[in-house]
Design a protein around this ligand. Structure first.
Ligand code: COA
Ligand code: AMP
Length: 638
């Protein structure tokens, strides 16, 4: 038996022993009574009875054990032309002072705080300060519109919101404070206080008695100490798209999170204390939470917070510049970032300009790594290129080529094998386990390992309904795929209404709810069509109301604007096909799968259940009109 097989089998056979040993790498105020508590199935809890502090494990313990002068965080911001470094001692100083400032605003253990910040060090400082006090943070991605922020404010009910005057995108300044004010107007819950980091690129007007200036608060604050919390207490809530307009509040606990992420740094990423780890993502996504902030700091690494893009800041050599300048060993980003680089620098000429000798591993996740991008990166970089699969729900990888355990040959299109702790299986819709190469629904046998979500915030029923009810005893991932004869997992895509646009997870159900509010729209459907840069892009199909005399072009423009205002620019909604009717089965189900195939120019079979096959011709013409659908049906019925 190989090393991976041995470790993996043990993690499944003896989770208590396996994770009990892994928990030794974390500092506890009180050891747990039980490593895995299965007394309330299907709710499993890890490290019950244990007490710790997440911020202590990320900062204090390293300062106490000789890493005080090592760089903990590098802020690299090509959009503001700045590089700023923080040693562990300096970062601890900032975090404990900001924790003191929050305490002064009346925030304490168990309260919630929303963090709506661009990619500035203040984001990491605010997250860690919350963790220090046992306050539950909820970071909201800056590309979301006020409406989305308002939904999260109403659900998380924060006492305080932490934001900035502005964010800086490659082409424009984003007025965060304006969006925050709008969101608070829209929300029913009114946070008592806001802390605003004023950036010189656009100063914001502060509302007296509600808004506080970050720098002024910090100047007066006294440092605050760590507060012990239970392993099972929530560390954060991170909202992610579900199948409706109401996002799911993924809850992460303190104990399991610290143990799993600490283990993953060596087990999966082969990155050791003192080395430089860079997740080129955003703190608003789970990758940013786990691998910009928490995991590298738990491990005593140097982490990089990058305020820039893979291209355009200033050129497609941006990533190589950061790697060589800061001696990065491990880079983690989304395939879409690499497709953007490949598009602008297909021959990899910018790669040659930099010394990449420190660089060993490129990890990619967030969407399927298409074989073309894999080969491009592998051939030009000559480094390990590793696809790994995970979800906001799990918080860390489910399948990967675990570099710290045993390196397997890469099979392009596969994210390799299950990570220790995850018992991944493929089922058909009746719950039967499928054999090698049979495509089905990907599930994980319960219990999920530590670090995965124990529930949804304020929505236990939804948690059970969405994830656990379909196949009792299993967690349903909502991804489809297969396992091959060597145990490699191939994740082929979502089987629900979630699409993946530039590595961002979006709900077509939510988009449909928004389109349906347009006064001229009678009926609509949204699908994700393939895109060579962003993986997928949303396309809306609308049927105009009888008697609507508006120019369809105008309605399409209005829908684009509506989506930008309601979800935000990251929805990337730009294409609307106006049709006379939507294709449906005789029982009234919209044939989204067939529409997606037509849009992608794939061969499709006319479903035998369709009420009117002629409608597909109309769909094809409407799609061709907006630049999609190049091929046609095979004409056969299923
Ligand atoms: N704050 C405000 N606006 C944001 C934003 C943020 N944090 N992130 C993106 N946006 C805006 C962009 O400015 C753009 O606005 P525009 O329509 O006015 O131009 C819009 O949202 C779409 O953004 P995006 O899809 O990211 O497109 P892009 O052209 O700006 O960049 C890529 C394309 C591929 C370079 C970029 O998507 C990328 O780097 N992706 C990696 C994704 C990632 O890290 N995912 C996390 C999982 S690991
Ligand atoms: P998110 O919760 O935003 O991280 O999105 C999770 C979803 O992204 C998964 O359910 C998958 O559909 C997709 N995903 C993430 N990583 C991969 C990968 N390596 N291969 C295929 N799909 C992926």
């Amino acid at each position: 038996m190989g090393r991976y097989e041995e470790i993996f089998q043990r993690s499944i056979r003896d989770p208590q022993g396996f994770w009990g040993e892994a928990s030794e790498a974390i500092s506890w105020y009180k050891r747990c009574d039980k490593v895995l508590d299965d007394s309330n199935k299907p709710f499993y809890r890890w490290f019950t009875g244990g007490e710790l502090n997440t911020c202590y494990n990320a900062l204090d313990r390293h300062v106490e054990s000789g890493r005080a002068d090592q760089i903990a965080l590098i802020y690299d911001s090509p959009v503001t032309n700045q590089i700023q470094t923080f040693t562990y001692r300096e970062l601890l100083g900032q975090v404990s002072r900001f924790a003191g400032a929050l305490k002064g605003l009346g925030v304490s253990k168990g309260d919630t705080v929303i963090i709506y910040l661009p990619m500035v060090p203040h984001a990491a400082i605010a997250m860690l300060a919350c963790a220090r006090l046992g306050v539950v943070h909820s970071v909201v991605f800056g590309g979301f519109a006020p409406h989305e922020l308002a939904i999260r404010i109403d659900d998380a009910k924060p006492k305080v919101v932490i934001s900035a005057s502005c964010g800086i995108e490659a082409k424009r300044v984003v007025e965060f404070k304006h969006m925050l004010d709008k969101a608070i107007d829209l929300a029913s819950h009114k946070p008592q206080k806001c802390v605003i980091f004023q950036r010189p690129q656009a100063k914001a007007e502060l509302i007296p008695a509600r808004d506080y200036d970050w720098d002024e608060l910090m100047a007066k604050a006294e440092p605050a100490d760590c507060v012990a919390v239970k392993a099972t207490d929530p560390l954060y809530i991170l909202y992610t798209s579900g199948t409706t307009g109401i996002p799911k509040g993924i809850v992460r606990d303190n104990g399991g999170h610290a143990v799993a992420l600490r283990w993953s740094m060596e087990g999966i990423y082969d990155t050791n204390p003192g080395e430089v780890y860079w997740a080129a993502s955003d703190v608003g996504w789970v990758v940013g939470h786990s691998y910009i902030v928490y995991a590298p700091l738990f491990a005593g690494c140097t982490t990089i917070l990058y305020e820039g893009k893979p291209v355009g800041t200033p050129d497609p050599g941006a990533f190589w510049r950061v790697i060589s300048q800061h001696n990065v060993k491990t880079l983690f980003t989304a395939p879409t970032a690499f497709r953007a680089i490949k598009k602008e620098d297909p021959k990899g000429e910018y790669i040659q300009k930099y010394d990449l000798s420190s660089f060993k591993y490129l990890f990619l996740a967030g969407e399927r790594l298409d074989p073309d991008t894999y080969h491009w990166a592998r051939n030009l970089l000559k480094k390990f290129v590793i696809d790994h699969w995970w979800q906001t729900e799990t918080g860390w990888p489910i399948t990967a080529n675990c570099m710290g355990i045993e390196q397997f040959p890469v099979k392009p299109g596969s994210s390799t094998k299950p990570v220790p702790g995850y018992d991944v299986q493929i089922l058909d819709s009746s719950g039967k386990v499928l054999g090698p190469k049979q495509e089905g629904l990907i599930v994980m046998k319960l219990p999920l390992p530590p670090g995965t979500f124990p529930t949804l915030w304020n929505a236990e029923k939804r948690f059970l309904q969405a994830y656990l009810k379909m196949f009792p005893g299993y967690y349903f991932t909502a991804d489809g795929g297969y396992k091959d004869e060597d145990g490699y997992i191939f994740v082929m895509g979502r089987v629900d209404d979630v699409i993946n646009v530039a590595g961002h997870r979006l709900s077509t159900g939510e988009m449909e709810e928004i389109i349906a509010t347009h006064p001229d729209v009678a009926e609509c459907a949204v699908i994700g069509a393939g895109d060579s840069l962003k993986g997928q892009l949303p396309i809306g199909f609308i049927v105009l109301k009888a008697g609507a005399t508006r120019d369809p072009e105008d309605v399409s423009k209005e829908l684009e604007e509506l989506m930008r205002n309601e979800i935000g620019p990251i929805a990337c909604y730009k294409s609307t096909a106006v049709v006379g009717r939507l294709p449906k089965t005789r029982s009234g189900k919209i044939l989204r799968g067939t529409m997606r195939k037509i849009a992608d120019g794939e061969e499709y079979k006319v479903p035998s259940t369709i009420d009117d096959p002629g409608i597909l011709e109309e769909i094809t013409i409407a799609l061709q009109h907006i630049g999609y659908a190049q091929k046609k049906s095979t004409g056969q019925c299923r």
